[in-house]
Design a protein around this ligand. Sequence first.
Ligand SMILES: Nc1ncnc2c1ncn2[C@@H]1O[C@H](COP(=O)(O)OP(=O)(O)O)[C@@H](O)[C@H]1O
Ligand SMILES: [Mg+2]
Length: 489
Amino acid sequence: MDTSADLRVLLASQYPLLLVATREEQRFLGLLRRAASGLGLPVWVWSAASGLARDGGDPMYGTTDARRALQFVADLRDPGVFVFTDAHHPLRDPVTLRAVKDAAQRAERGQTLLLTSPAATVPPELESLAVPWTLRPPERSELAAMVRRAVEDLAATRTPVRLSASDEAAITGALAGLTMADAERLLQRAVVRDGGLGPDDVAYLRAEKAEMLNTDGVLEIVERHPGGLDGVGGLDGLKAWLRTRGEALRSGRAEAMGLDAPRGVLLTGVPGCGKSLAAKALAADWHRPLVLLDPGRLYGRYVGESEDRLGAALGAVEAMRPAVLWIDEIEKGFAAGGDGDGGVSRRLLGTFLRWLQERPDGVFVVATANDVASLPPEFLRKGRFDEVFFVDLPDEAARRSIFGAHLSGRGHDPGGFDLDKLAAISDGFSGAEIEAAVVGALYRAFGAGRDLTTEELAAETEATVPLSVSRAEDVARLRTWAATRAVRA
Ligand SMILES: Nc1ncnc2c1ncn2[C@@H]1O[C@H](COP(=O)(O)OP(=O)(O)O)[C@@H](O)[C@H]1O
Ligand SMILES: [Mg+2]
């Protein structure tokens, strides 16, 4: 259902009190006016600066005081939608809070009080009365309409526009995830930059969007692994699992067979064995943008700010659908502070888990964790991830292919090396350690002015003490944990 239809249903249901979280007040009011006029309801808007006014009319005298405005609504008795903007401020006053509660309890049929604020926090006093609602970032269709209008405006002013229908769709896609105002501004910037709009602007828009989403650092669009899943050595179970799901998504046949869309995986395991790599490779294989969420950046200075940011970030990710959401080292971000931070990290964890459970199809989540012991157990409950995989040290065959992948990745034909020997002498190595041995050997060869040979690679390998030896107990602990709780990747 689109946003304005959603709002219309909400108004038609005649809830007396709606709490709306939005950072896009103007867009929200536009959608609301449309929904209300479809139902024949007038819209009144209150702000602390100008008081309460019927759309198109003058403010009612003396109503900048929220309590008097509420009294005015009660006396009016006419049906309508009464919007109190930035209501989180007046609601801090207990008397106003009480007045809202009273008003909601004895609201006339057809009167809806609607309180907006940037975050979706419901005061406990209103919990049983209020219906919370969050304005999502614009839908594709809203953005597409905005882009269409912009293109028409440009054409009218004889600005050069070279866009096919699919270019226009690509531009819309590149703006997805932004608020409407930001999307419009960014599109204008692209026009000003080179005096027109063309297919080459898509890359610019994407890059700028990444930057804008990154302003508070919570989300980042990251490079995918160009080799795709083929560039990951070993992890055959995980790769097969992902390939089957990728195939199902592409063909659309899975849905016809009654299969649910894949939702996400949690990758745990020995550091340096390809968890992060798998996330980057998967996004490339599925041709989806890879969006990294850094929970560490959520923590704000003000009460409620962190939850607010998380909500905005998750909304932005939803608007980028289809996308892969990657959360690296999830154990460090959520609930990291335990109860020692006024409960902020607990609340963030709660919000995130709820979203994991309820998120719409089209966002595939890849979460990685090195230290499973410190992971809140809630993550492992059914319904959060489709599967929990344990990424173990590569076996001999996997080590062989990891050597091969890193040699060919650096322009050396793997056929020219004795990969069997290298795989045999690198028992206990992680993928990262194999990569480091390849790089080290390249330096050795370069320093000696020789071509890279198996001997250099072997010497470098033999000079390395892998983590699995130097920290044998930690690795053993991870494996014990995984034996009963995870599937081998
Ligand atoms: N299975 C693998 N196949 C190929 N390269 C690997 C593999 N595992 C690790 N590597 C190399 O080591 C680097 C670090 O691995 P990473 O995926 O970050 O490990 P982690 O499991 O700690 O997230 C990768 O970028 C990659 O170059
Ligand atoms: Mg990693």
